[in-house]
Design a protein around this ligand. Structure first.
Ligand code: NZQ
Ligand code: ZN
Length: 384
């Protein structure tokens, strides 16, 4: 196990009725930038509820709406402008990972003199940030409890993650009932995202992190059990609650501390989103089984064997054989959630594979199995 420092500064208020905790924003000042997406919070009534609580507590609100899935750098720039113009004290995201990620880079960008894209390309430019708060409306990215933000510049076909401890939310409200209205498509994509975060941590070459691996398996079993229930019964509180809490833990450092490894499926997905604006979780579900097939070998079979036996309850001592069956189970699970299984289903052909593979390879040199540009190109071709 590697050395690590574990520190999660985010206060979580979990459960029904926790929205009233927004009163705590008063601790950070008076002027709030409210960041949200394309309007789902208006349809569900959450917008009115949030605005009422903020008004009751004497908070002044400036709004940045229309943050898109795969949030754009243009929204970040606009948010920074609004913060400076309105002397904003704190940023509140109400929505999913896209709104929260956008809020994080806005909060840091206010203190940076150059263009906000510099913060995305080079996290050392993040030196200070406004307090960040979130009300989570979809279980998926874990942005509500982590230090990461992912921003796209579609004019350049670029999507990169950045991060800083300064960007960890100060407080996040997780009320599972706020996710009852999430569509089947987004429920499936969110489930796939949580699974992918866990698998990225699970497939580590670091030996001796037994505890972390068992926690990964518990989380995978939870999400594999409850994802389909939430998909079939959107208002099943128990399913939504388990997905929501599992989503936060998949990426808040608990699974990775001591076993840390650069992620490899995410960089490949980020290229799909950068060129084709793919829904993040759909891209991950699609690539994961092909990546698994590519990296399964005599050297890596031990972990695939554990995955098959401990997560899917497969039997047998032959790691290679159990590993192959586990990959088939993974593929089948995603298929049952209606997630795409080939790039052709998303109308993606090989046109940009060279540049996509080249860019993804920049992040894959030290992954579970290091991947070159050619390796990634082959994985993409197999996924056609
Ligand atoms: O925009 P609105 O109208 O709010 O609708 C959203 C959006 O269309 C909708 N939605 C969210 N909550 C809803 C709802 N619809 C009905 N009822 C609700 N309660 O769902 C759609 C997707 O929302 P989005 O915020 O984009 O989803 P998600 O949370 O999956 O975020 C995806 C983004 O996060 C990044 C992804 O790359 C992608 O850009 N990631 C962020 C990470 C992080 N910060 O740590 C890590 C992840 O690996 C990921 O890369
Ligand atoms: Zn993800």
């Amino acid at each position: 196990m590697l050395n690590f420092t574990h520190h999660i500064p985010t206060t979580i208020h979990f459960g029904e009725g926790q929205l009233s905790r927004l009163a705590e924003l008063k601790e950070s000042g008076k002027n709030v930038l409210l960041v949200y997406g394309g309007g789902s919070i208006k349809k569900t009534g959450l917008y009115d509820a949030v605005m009422n609580i903020l008004a009751e507590n004497g908070l002044c609100v400036t709004e940045l709406s229309g943050v898109q899935p795969n949030p754009r750098i243009e929204s970040v720039r606009e948010g920074i402008r609004l913060c400076r113009e309105n002397k904003i004290d704190m940023v509140l995201a109400v929505g999913g990972g896209s709104s929260i990620d956008c809020a994080k880079v806005i909060a840091a960008g206010v203190f940076y003199d150059g263009d906000a894209w510099d913060l995305v390309l080079d996290r050392s430019n993040i030196t200070k940030a406004l307090p960040i708060y979130s009300v989570l409306t979809i279980a998926a990215t874990g942005s509500e409890m982590d230090t990461v933000a992912v921003i796209s510049d579609m004019t350049k076909n670029e999507k990169w993650s950045t991060g800083s401890p300064l960007m960890a939310p100060k407080m996040s409200i997780l009320d599972p009932s706020l996710t009852f209205t999430v569509s089947k498509k987004q429920t499936a994509a969110g489930t796939a995202d949580i699974i992918s975060h866990t698998l990225e941590n699970y497939f580590t070459p670091v030996k001796g992190a037994f505890f972390q691996a068992r926690m990964c398996e518990a989380l995978l079993k939870t999400v594999i059990h409850y994802g389909p229930i939430a998909y079939a019964e959107p208002e099943n509180y128990e399913a939504r609650a388990n997905l929501m809490w599992a989503g936060s833990f998949a990426i808040n450092g608990v699974l990775s501390d001591g076993a840390d490894v650069p992620w490899c499926v995410h960089p490949i997905e980020h290229e799909l989103s950068a060129f084709y604006d793919v829904t993040h979780g759909e891209g991950l579900a699609l690539i994961t089984p092909y990546w698994m097939e590519y990296v399964l070998s005599e050297d890596t079979a031990w972990r695939f064997g554990e995955y098959g036996r401990n997560v899917f309850g497969l039997e047998g001592d032959d790691d290679m054989e159990v590993g192959k069956q586990a990959i088939a189970c993974t593929r089948e699970f995603f298929k049952k959630l209606g997630l795409p299984a080939t790039l052709s289903e998303l109308n993606i052909d090989a046109t940009h594979f060279d540049i996509m593979a080249e860019k993804a390879a920049r992040r894959c040199a030290r992954t579970f199995v290091p991947l070159t540009k050619e390796d990634i190109r082959k994985i993409l071709v197999s996924a056609l």
